[in-house]
Design a protein. Structure first.
Length: 321
């Protein structure tokens, strides 16, 4: 294997989608406890285009050249020394290394074996690659952070996006009453996924039509975190705001505390065990994965242009086979 190369989407500088170029790079080799995975599909996430432009996780990745992407679905090609959980030929999916570089826009990745889980059997690689980062975000926020319980009222902002459409289904699975914001054309779909109240944020201020919320998942992350600030008006005393894209400023934290509420920033982490649980829910038909578009790897720039418009229904995925 040593000396062989692979195709990657690389960038030599921070900038717009045009900085993404197809290049040859050395194929990585797995260290002990790692696997080499042949990538069949790579999911595209907002953090990809934010990082491409010099924001997002650019501070972690450092100066280009760099290869973007964290979401992988593929097949184990080689297991490093000591790996007992995977063997060549196993179909796996994962979000390895985050927030360090995973380099998923490539034909191969190496990563710690246990950051992967078995790919959901009912999904093809393109659908499976849409899952890890978005699903782990929704899961870690609702299950591990908010400990959502049956009967609680959960408000999910941006329910139609990659994270939101999975969060609606997880919250419903936990027995919560789900409220979500989205443009009107997406309401029927979000109700099918389990939302009981859908609010058209383009015409209606959510704080005028809902209240007594136990948990708010803010996935909008607008300027001055105004969605997060406004969300304090709808929370119950003691309720929790999870500010996913924008974090929690000292002012927001002060405002929350002043009215007896909690607010927390959030950053997703690799978790193969949670992905295995999520795969079970998918394979039992309890969670559906929406993929708006599949593009070949070489059209990564187009995928970014499309995603950056902020209107994606579910996910965009890059295919390598
Ligand atoms: N901190 C973390 O660990 C973490 C993890 C994952 C994601 N994130 C961040 O969370 C955000 C959401 O991620 P994502 O992957 O779900 O994004 P996405 O898929 O790109 O979200 C697109 C969706 O957002 C909806 N939307 C846009 N503006 C809205 C608004 N003002 N109110 C309600 N809905 C709105 C759109 O619906 P309409 O077309 O109906 O407007 C669209 O369906 C991103 O900023 C991402 O970077 C952070």
């Amino acid at each position: 294997m040593s000396g062989s190369t692979m195709r990657v989407i690389s960038q030599a500088r921070f900038g717009g989608p045009e900085v993404l170029e197809t290049r040859e790079a050395p194929r990585p080799e797995p260290l002990p406890t790692e696997v080499l995975v042949r990538v069949y599909a790579a999911g595209v996430n907002p953090v990809d285009w934010k990082t491409r432009a010099g924001g997002g996780m650019a501070g972690v990745l450092g100066e280009p050249p760099s290869v973007l992407g964290w979401d992988v679905s593929g097949v184990v090609e080689e297991a490093g020394f000591g790996v007992t959980v995977w063997k060549p030929g196993d179909e796996v999916y994962g979000m390895p290394w985050f927030p360090r570089s995973a380099g998923a826009y490539a034909e191969y990745v190496t990563a710690p074996a246990r950051q992967f889980a078995r790919k959901p059997a009912t999904l093809g690689h393109e659908q499976a690659a849409a899952v890890p980062l978005a699903a782990l975000t929704a899961w870690q926020a609702l299950v591990d952070t908010a400990h959502v319980e049956a009967g609680q009222r959960v408000l999910i902002h941006a329910g139609a996006g990659g994270v939101g459409h999975l969060a609606i289904q997880f919250a419903r699975h936990l027995g919560a009453h789900v409220i979500t914001t989205a443009s009107a054309g997406k309401h029927a779909w979000l109700r099918e996924l389990g939302a009981e109240q859908t609010i058209d944020y383009t015409t209606t201020a959510f704080e005028d039509v809902t209240r007594d919320v136990d948990v708010v998942l803010d996935l909008v992350g607008d300027d001055q975190a105004s969605t997060s600030h406004r969300s304090l008006k709808v929370l119950r005393p003691g309720g929790l705001l999870i500010a996913v894209p924008s974090g929690v400023s000292p002012e927001l934290l002060d405002s929350a505390r002043a009215v007896g509420m909690r607010a927390t920033p959030f950053l997703v982490e690799p978790d193969g065990t949670a992905l295995a649980r999520i795969a079970e829910l998918i394979d039992r038909g309890e969670v559906a994965v929406e993929v708006e578009a599949v593009l070949p790897l070489g059209r990564a720039a187009e995928a970014h242009r499309r995603g950056e418009q902020g209107r994606t229904r579910g996910k965009i995925v890059l295919s390598l086979h």
